[in-house]
Design a protein. Structure first.
Length: 220
């Protein structure tokens, strides 16, 4: 079974050390719940885990192998949902999902798209262009794409923002089903998102170490 691990991670944004000495372990079926005040590094940690940023020091490994040894392979094994929506305004809701399915899994699958639409209760919007969606509907569509095509690692940055109670419940169910199938999830949240038996990572507990050099080197 796969394992995703971070060791002694230090993140620097601009000239500020956001966190230092941070570590985590994610096993199949596991979840991390990232908490902390604004600016504590929740989004930065998710971007490190996605390979979108490199740490100033420390290591990130999938099954013991540094993610940078195969960045394309790491990209294929994850879904990342950030603050901005990834909705193409000229595409319909169904076309947006089909695009993301093809990008992640290759080819097309009408059944997978239909299941994802149903999972987040947006089947009635299937033929509506993205430009006409409300903020909450765009959020549902962004989350529907993570269930349209399989990927073992979900990285979700404040995924409950803009969602009503029904959509939050559907998100919680999607995360639970993903984990039950051996998937992993790392979720940052200020809201009361229920992620059962998740390990809580308090980002405010990893301040810069005394004497840490801002020019620290990446350790593969």
């Amino acid at each position: 079974m796969p394992q995703f691990r971070g060791q002694e991670l230090t993140c620097i944004r601009g000239e500020r050390v956001v966190f230092a000495g941070l570590g985590f372990t994610l096993d199949a079926g596991g979840a991390l719940l990232l908490k902390g005040p604004n600016g504590s590094g929740k989004s930065s940690l998710l971007r490190l885990m996605a390979g979108l940023l490199r740490p100033a020091s420390g290591a990130l490994a999938w099954d013991g192998e540094a993610i940078w040894s195969d960045p394309d392979g790491h990209c294929r094994r994850l879904h990342y949902v950030g603050h901005l929506d990834a909705v193409k305004p000229a595409f319909t809701v169904a076309e947006n999902l089909a695009f993301w399915f093809g990008l992640q899994a290759g080819g097309s699958s009408a059944s997978a798209v239909e299941a994802a639409l149903e999972a987040f209760a947006i089947a009635h919007l299937a033929d509506l262009p993205g430009r006409y969606l409300s903020a909450g509907q765009k959020r549902r569509l962004n989350l529907a794409r993570i269930v349209a095509a399989p990927a073992p690692l979900w990285l979700l940055d404040e995924p409950a923002t803009g969602l009503d109670e029904d959509a939050v419940a559907r998100l919680e169910d999607a995360i639970a089903r993903h984990r039950a199938g051996g998937g992993m999830a790392a979720v940052s949240t200020h809201a009361g998102l229920d992620v059962e038996a998740a390990e809580v990572v308090e980002l405010g507990r990893f301040p810069a170490k005394d004497g840490f050099a801002a020019a620290g080197e990446w350790e593969p």
